[in-house]
Design a protein around this ligand. Structure first.
Ligand code: ACO
Length: 322
């Protein structure tokens, strides 16, 4: 096991061109811009084009992250795709991404932890690289949630969007004081039926649509998020005041605000993209990271907390010295 830390060298993102605003959505389903904004903070979402698959979004975000690091696919030997909306039941979407990026070497696999997928993937890449199984990882969160929505169900279809975000991870130099400092991952499968798809290959031989007990999710979200945030702070001897940026899963502005208030975080330290992207599940955290890096907020040396919570339930947080 290496004593070096795993750093995030670069990030990248891709959003489909089509933007679906609340007003337009309200023309096809019984809802309103006012209701959606008030209950969720969402104003618009991106929707993948016909024929544009999760692997296309993932590959585009991955290319961007490599470009931002000045790297080529030959420099990467692991691809992890966190997704709930794979192109196919199998192979892993990561394998399709591997093909689209022209990579014949290394390894590629998917992680399924729903909205927590990117945090799980960061933790997996961190362990993988520290244990010497590879040199550099492309860690991607990518979703076409629009494909598993029931567009007649106003309680869920207004909440989600499509997109992808990616990070290049590699071992830092010896003694380098940045990288992933600590991660906490949790799940409790007793909650699986609070947020799920009503179908799957083994149970119904179909894909299913998202079903959710919104109030139940809401009730547990803030407590679960703050639990893992406190755990990684404690494990690293940091306090909430040490954080430069809090980059939460972008499910709902009310959940983000609730967690921020409970943690005592000033709103200006919280990165929010849910208004523009809606809930992109495993893509939401890397999309938010990419936004805050691109606009200059997150800089080298900053202390960044990422966290997520979602179906399973799964939840997790990771503290990263950028
Ligand atoms: N437009 C208009 N009215 C709606 C809509 C809609 N899109 N959806 C529901 N309503 C109605 C309901 O039918 C209900 O009407 P009624 O009072 O006549 O029965 C009324 O609005 C209130 O519904 P509630 O479900 O009580 O609304 P609530 O305030 O709980 O908000 C919401 C619903 C936004 C889903 C909320 O429960 C929530 O934020 N839950 C968290 C779940 C979440 O964010 N999930 C994302 C995935 S999980 C994750 O990523 C962590």
């Amino acid at each position: 096991m290496s004593d070096k830390k795993t750093i995030i060298r670069s990030v990248g993102a891709y959003l489909p061109a089509r933007i679906l605003g609340n007003e337009e959505l309200a023309r096809t389903v019984d809802t309103s811009d006012e209701w959606i904004v008030q209950r969720t903070g969402i104003r618009q979402r991106h929707i993948a084009a016909e024929g544009e698959n999760t692997s296309d979004l993932a590959a585009a975000a991955g290319r961007k992250a490599m470009e931002n690091a000045g790297l080529e696919i030959g420099d990467v030997d692991l691809i992890i795709v966190a997704t709930t909306t794979p192109d196919m039941t199998f192979p892993a979407t990561a394998a399709v991404v591997q093909q689209k990026l022209g990579m014949h070497h290394g390894a590629a696999f998917d992680i399924q932890a729903v909205c927590s997928g990117f945090v799980y993937a960061v933790a997996t890449a961190d362990s993988y690289l520290k244990n010497g199984l590879g040199k550099r990882a492309l860690v991607i969160g990518a979703e076409t949630a629009s494909r598993i929505l029931d567009w007649d169900d106003r309680t869920t279809c207004v909440l989600f969007g499509d997109g992808a975000g990616a990070a290049v991870m590699e071992l830092g130099k010896p003694g380098e004081d940045r990288g992933v400092l600590a991660t906490a991952l949790r799940s409790d499968g007793h909650f699986w039926n609070k947020l799920y798809t009503d179908g799957g290959p083994s149970s119904t031989r179909s894909m299913g649509h998202i079903r959710m007990e919104g109030k139940e999710v809401f009730k547990h979200a803030v407590g679960m998020i703050t639990d893992v945030v406190y755990k990684v702070l404690e494990d690293t001897g940091h306090t909430i005041d040490d954080l430069d940026w809090f980059v939460p899963h972008q499910a709902n502005k009310r959940i983000i605000d609730g967690a921020g208030v409970k943690l005592g975080l000033p709103p200006e330290k919280v990165v929010v993209t849910v208004d523009r992207h809606a809930n992109t599940s495993a893509a939401s955290v890397p999309l938010a990271l990419n936004t805050a890096v691109a606009d200059g907020r997150i800089k080298r040396g900053d202390l960044v907390m990422i966290e997520a919570m979602g179906g399973g339930f799964t939840w997790g947080a990771s503290l990263i010295r950028w």
